[in-house]
Design a protein around this ligand. Sequence first.
Ligand code: UD1
Ligand code: MG
Length: 491
Amino acid sequence: MSERPMNEHELTVVVLAAGGGTRMKSKTVKVLHPIAGRTMIGHVLAAVRTLEPHRVVAVIGHQREQVATHVRELVPDVVLAVQEVLDGTGGAVRVAMETSGTSRGTVVVATGDTPLLEGESLRKFVADHRAAEQAVSILSGIVADPFGYGRILRNDEGDVEGIVEEKDATPQQREIAEISSGILAFDAEFLVGALPRLTNDNAKGEYYLTDTVRIAREDGLTVGAFPIDDVAQTEGANDRVQLAEMGRELNRRIVTRWMRDGVTVMDPATTWIDADVKLAEDVTILPGTQLLGATVVAEDAVIGPDTTLKDCEVGAGARVVRAHAELSVIGDGAEVGPYARLRPGTILGTRSKIGTFVETKNAHLGDGAKVPHLSYVGDAEIGEQANIGAGTIFANYDGIAKHRTKVGRWFRGGSNNTFVAPVELGDGSSTGGGTVVRRNVPPGALAVSGGPQRNLPGWVPSKRAGTPQAEAAEEAHRGPGRASDDQGGGH
Ligand code: UD1
Ligand code: MG
């Protein structure tokens, strides 16, 4: 990469992600915790992407394999810099610069745990930094409670003189409300020269990246701080309480954005929408709904109440009520629920229907096909306009392998059927109630199974004598004007 022609506009972004995040008390390193459908570092990298940087360097340390694998998935050409000893943010950036061979242009340093950060804020910050031609720029913020942050030190003229960390600050300095977000922009040449000059002679015994500000001032270079209005964007989640708070805030922002873009959300407080979900105008979302992962919903669809869709595609005008669906496609005008479960591989055609207490998996429904009640549809191909009877089970598993069932167009099924796969029911065929289909049904045929009904008169009084059931039967025989049907025979 260092062979690439260099120029002053070259942009390198360094994302610090070596820390473990002790306060999360987790097997999972902090930056890999999920929030709004991405990891924390996933949100930061999405914001970084909008800068179109020439290179992205991620500094990894704790759980480096897991972090490296994840970051590579999101940014395939990322430069991974391993920080063996966590000796501070200055040490981390030094490793980043050495590993990537960066020596020119602009270097932006961000941290991997600020999930609310937006690309637009980074862009504005980089533009301000470049316009001011500064050695170092700080993305700062005015906060109500500055505890824990580095404070921005300004002189009487208001010029930035340095950053002092919480632990090193005097009581007076701790009163300063302007804090460093930890996001800094540098002239690369200055940064390369300043990093070896950092010392760890401070309260934490670390090499502080923030000390580069003082070094720049000593060298007579200009530094500046640009306060961000929306300080939440630079806040990090350090424990699970903050993670939940930030998750709610991030969700509030996402839901608000969709409402502004023409989506009706009846109850924003109980609606959860992941960052990568896409919604069309005039989608309606009813209370208690979660739209997760890469879910896409087309116009006029109504989702909810109480519905979870993960990685689903919902067609225009579809209606999904009290459903739990994953990796499924719901066609235009289709109806799902109430109380339906769509498992991966479900594809529902236009105006098809999955009704109440129906579970599907790897099932394709043709246009207008219906499974209205109480059924399991696994590994099936159902032709257009077919109607599956109430309580039909697609028995797809023989204990060893899964098999498919094919149901033809305009099939009409009786209630309480079992289709033992692999089996085919032809176009325009039918089944009677209670049929167990083990052999193929030709097109147009009616399949019935099981013997005709037999009634054994007097079976209960003789075999269950003395029970309330037998008494009821005897009363029925004795009682005046009470008809009884023991003629036998079925149909
Ligand atoms: C840092 C800043 C502080 C700022 C605050 C904003 C310094 C010295 N201080 O303080 O001015 O107000 O962030 O949140 O920079 N990291 C590494 N390697 C290390 C040390 C840290 O990769 O050796 C990473 C951490 O994983 C974390 C980030 O750098 O993502 C910040 O480190 P942290 O220890 O949290 O610094 P703060 O004390 O919060
Ligand atoms: Mg921190």
